[in-house]
Design a protein around this ligand. Structure first.
Ligand code: OAD
Length: 235
């Protein structure tokens, strides 16, 4: 069977083999921090220096990691797939872009973007924000990581929901299914009549909701899936 319209959701698991740590490790901490100490607007108000330093370290680390076979396979799918495709990532790294993906939406923001809360401008940002540098547009020292924190609205929801409502195949890759609204996308896709497939190292919180589950590392499972899809691409 062929699936002309595909939506793919990715999570931290797809970047794990590149050496980017996932969020929910066995100790429940995210690189030594409780998520609520670094990934909420309240945390930023309470301790902006800590939050900036945390994201500065993650941004700096991007220079040391590379896309893995799973990112490269999705890049190939994007180049070669003749039908509709939307890759929605919860990841804030740039490994999908570097893997060649273009039909891509960062629903939780991007490490390489800084957002000025004074003038609302967004700037590509590769350096640190910890020193509270001035906004290149308005000079206010009001730049924050352009990351969607807990309690904030993810980006691109209209476009994502439209794509889910119209898709024939929904694939979730390397996500634990614990953070909404992304965790609910499988239900939206099912309601639209799509086939649903999960690729993950371990069963996720949403595994039972998928028509099919494949367990294993993304670096192996994703290239195999892309081969399968391209072999049955719509004319
Ligand atoms: P999690 O850390 O919650 O889950 C990562 C998932 O990837 C787990 O289910 C692992 O089993 C799986 N996994 C690990 N290594 C893998 C591999 N090599 N191949 C395939 N799967 C693997 O990460 P997310 O689900 O992405 O939000 O977390 C969702 C959101 O929670 C994040 O975007 C972030 C966080 O709070 C914000 O920052 C707003």
């Amino acid at each position: 069977m062929s699936y002309p319209r595909i939506v793919i959701l990715t999570g931290a698991g797809i970047s794990a083999e590149s050496g980017v740590p996932t969020f929910r490790g066995p100790d429940g901490l995210w690189e030594g921090h409780r998520v609520e100490d670094v990934a909420t607007p309240e945390a930023f108000r309470r301790n902006p220096a800590l939050v900036q330093a945390f994201y500065d370290a993650r941004r700096a680390r991007l220079a040391e990691v590379r896309p893995n076979a799973a990112h490269l396979a999705l890049g190939r799918l994007d180049r070669e797939w003749p039908g509709d495709l939307l890759i929605v990532t919860q990841n804030v790294d740039d490994l999908h872009e570097r893997g060649g993906a273009r039909r891509l939406l960062h629903m939780h923001g991007e490490l390489l973007s800084a957002w000025c809360t004074a003038c609302d401008a967004r700037h590509r940002w590769t350096g640190p924000l910890a020193g509270f540098p001035p906004c290149p547009a308005c000079s206010a020292r009001a730049l924050r990581p352009d990351i969607v924190w807990f309690g904030e609205m993810p980006y691109g929801m209209d476009r994502i929901l439209d794509a889910l409502a119209a898709c024939d195949l929904f694939v979730a890759i390397g996500t634990s299914g614990q953070v909404y609204p992304a965790a609910g996308f499988v239900e939206t896709a099912r309601a639209a009549g799509a086939r649903t497939l999960e690729l993950n190292l371990d069963p996720s919180a949403m595994s039972e909701r998928f028509h099919e589950r494949r367990l294993g590392p993304a670096g192996t499972l994703v290239p195999a899936l892309v081969d399968e899809l391209l072999a049955r691409a719509p004319a």
